[in-house]
Design a protein around this ligand. Structure first.
Ligand SMILES: Nc1ncnc2c1ncn2[C@@H]1O[C@H](COP(=O)(O)OP(=O)(O)OP(=O)(O)O)[C@@H](O)[C@H]1O
Ligand SMILES: [Mg+2]
Length: 452
């Protein structure tokens, strides 16, 4: 469509197979693939504009408008920032070592139940889909903004210094939260202090009239918050918003009372584990700051559901399965193992754990520590897979776990075989490891095995 000398284009895509007529295709250079190679395909599918940082062969873009920039990744972020400023919704940014996606899902569920300036927000909340939290995912999320959106809840992820700063500048959030600072992505971020510095970029770069939420139970987050000059809202044990009288409902989740602004409300959360109460309290604190009622906070939290493979409860022949195989780092391992240990009932509690990746030179020590933790929480068995399995085993034995309760397996199928011989009705199994360990394959093997 032409408007004088202006030209209007359609949706911005970075995946050529998603280009529709009129689309803008941005050629990104990824680790494995270079988007410049896919320009002809994007154009064939109808892309009317291509943004590139390399010279193209004359035939590559045919009739499409070609915009050449120094850095296409930067251009994608700048376009997203422009969209964010143009539609001016309230933007809430969530970062942290663990619990980002969970907090994002909980907060958006609350907002869908809420009113902002007297207007119902249902259908007007934009949120990050899945885990689209990096320098590509965040811009693509913001580019989905439409005039109807009143609020956006976005996840910011990092594995390299400088990413959170850039993501914060793109999203220009009104509110920001760092859920936790823990040992994760140490390969790129080096140390816990490095992780804190990186996550802290959200608080450092948020607009001056912005608000930050501070988890009082996380020492690093508390410290990062101290320097912030704008409005702060605290949550956690000693926070303005807190969760009281927690009670585990076993596989059903957890029950607690949320307190905010001198009022209280009971909540039944369909998520397992103490750490999810922390995530829920963080989401509640942000919502409370926006003026959302406690009733809406309760409705939202009770409607929110975990994603697949994140502390997802399944059953197999009367055996409880906690599928947390999506990913793992030391902090999330610890909270998952603790959650398993706390499930009441007469059956055995067995953790099936794979390696944690991206820990750099800390890897051995962190795996050893995991073993000690497993021994400390007193579960009935641990089944291990991966290059670091022996380190976990060492830690568990050192922590006093009897040797026959610690099993190291060679592959997924063997692990499933050995588990099958061990488990009985009423037992609980936890599956967790880094994404590359694909621990869900053990569950698949178990399910397809012969019945006894
Ligand atoms: N506050 C928390 N503290 C410790 N562990 C947590 C916390 N919240 C969630 N977890 C654990 O981390 C896992 C991932 O949760 P979630 O997807 O919400 O985190 P994330 O920060 O979005 O992770 P990613 O970096 O993969 O995007 C969960 O399965 C859970 O076991
Ligand atoms: Mg996530």
């Amino acid at each position: 469509m032409r408007e004088g000398r202006k030209k209007l284009f359609g949706e911005v895509v970075t995946d050529s197979s998603k280009a529709k007529p009129g689309a803008v295709f941005i050629a990104l250079k990824g680790e494995r693939l270079d988007g410049h190679r896919f320009v002809p395909e994007a154009v064939r599918r109808g892309a009317a504009c291509v943004i590139v940082h390399r010279k193209l062969a004359r035939t590559a873009a045919k009739d499409a408008a070609v915009v050449r920039v120094p850095d296409t990744l930067r251009a994608l972020g700048d376009l997203a920032h422009h969209r964010r400023q143009k539609f001016a919704p309230k933007v809430i940014a969530i970062t942290g070592s663990n619990g980002k996606t969970t907090t994002k899902e909980m907060l958006s569920a609350i907002l869908e139940e809420s009113f902002l300036n007297g207007e119902a927000l249902r259908g007007k909340v934009l949120k990050t889909e899945g885990n689209f939290n990096n320098l590509v995912g965040l811009p693509l999320t913001l580019l989905r903004l439409r005039p109807k959106h009143r609020i956006a809840v976005v996840e910011l992820g990092t594995n390299r210094p400088g990413e959170i700063e850039r993501l914060t500048r793109i999203a220009d959030p009104d509110l920001g939260i760092i859920t936790s600072v823990a040992a994760a992505h140490l390969e790129g971020l080096n140390s816990l202090a490095g992780v804190a510095r990186e996550k802290g970029a959200l608080y450092r770069n948020i607009r001056r009239d912005g608000t930050i939420a501070i988890n009082t139970d996380d020492l690093w987050v508390r410290r990062l918050g101290e320097k912030f000059k704008g409005t702060k809202i605290t949550y956690g044990t000693t926070g303005e918003v807190c969760a009281e009288s927690r009670r585990s409902l076993g596989a059903g989740g957890v029950r607690f009372t949320i307190r905010a602004g001198g009022k209280r409300s009971p909540v039944r959360l369909k998520y397992l584990g103490e750490h999810n109460v922390a995530n829920a309290t963080g989401a509640a604190a942000l919502a409370h700051n926006l003026g959302v009622s406690l009733a809406a906070i309760r409705r939202g939290l009770e409607r929110a559901r975990p994603f697949a493979m994140r502390m997802q409860v399944e059953t197999w022949k009367g055996i409880g399965i906690i599928n947390d195989a999506y990913n793992a780092n030391p902090a999330s391992m610890e909270s998952a193992v603790k959650t398993l240990a706390q499930i009441a009932g007469p059956g055995q509690r067995i953790a099936v754990l794979g390696d944690m990746f991206e820990l750099g030179k800390e890897s051995r020590r962190q795996h050893f520590n995991l073993g000690r933790e497993v021994a400390r929480v007193r579960i009935d068995g641990v089944y291990l897979l991966g290059k670091q399995a022996k380190e976990v085993q060492k830690g568990a034995l050192r922590g006093g776990m009897p040797a026959e309760r610690v099993v190291v397996a060679g592959d997924h199928r063997q692990l499933a075989e050995r588990l099958r011989r061990r488990v009985r009705r009423g037992d609980w199994l936890l599956f967790k490891g880094s994404r590359g360990m694909k621990m869900e394959k053990v569950i698949e093997e178990l399910r397809k095995g012969r019945s006894e």
